[in-house]
Design a protein around this ligand. Structure first.
Ligand SMILES: [Zn+2]
Length: 134
């Protein structure tokens, strides 16, 4: 038993191991597998096994810098999504106080206080002026 543990330890030396992206991939694989078994979806189960194989490849990969770069990209995407969800939550919370819309020229998001009637708005990003209802 001890020898087996030592061999396993030696095998895992210098390999990437489980990281945040690995946990996400394995979780997605499990979720897809459950959904595919409920819906009898062959394509979904194929995708699920593909994700599982890819996550195992990442765990045992010796190219640690490449795997870390993938993990960092995943973490950055996750943080970006979290930020967008948070700002959407704030926007929904303030929807009775402010009207949200996008600039017609540069498409940046803007807001004006509600209940002021027709007002002229100047985009703080591009300087475009237009009239909108608030
Ligand atoms: Zn603009």
């Amino acid at each position: 038993m001890r020898k087996l543990r030592e061999k396993l330890y030696q095998f895992l030396q210098g390999r990437n191991g489980v990281d945040n992206l690995g946990i996400f991939l394995i979780s997605m694989s499990l979720v897809l597998l459950i959904i595919s078994s409920l819906l009898d979806g062959f394509a979904l189960s194929l995708i699920s096994y593909g994700l599982l194989i890819y996550s195992y490849f990442r765990v045992f990969s010796k190219n640690i810098p490449a795997r870390q770069a993938e993990n960092n990209r995943y973490l950055a995407q996750r943080e970006h999504l979290r930020f967008r969800l948070q700002s959407k939550k704030v926007q929904i919370g303030l929807r009775k106080t402010y009207k949200y819309f996008r600039c017609r020229k540069c498409k940046k998001k803007m807001r004006v206080p509600r209940g002021k009637g027709k007002i002229e708005v100047t985009c703080p990003h591009c300087g475009e002026k237009f009239i909108t209802k608030s």
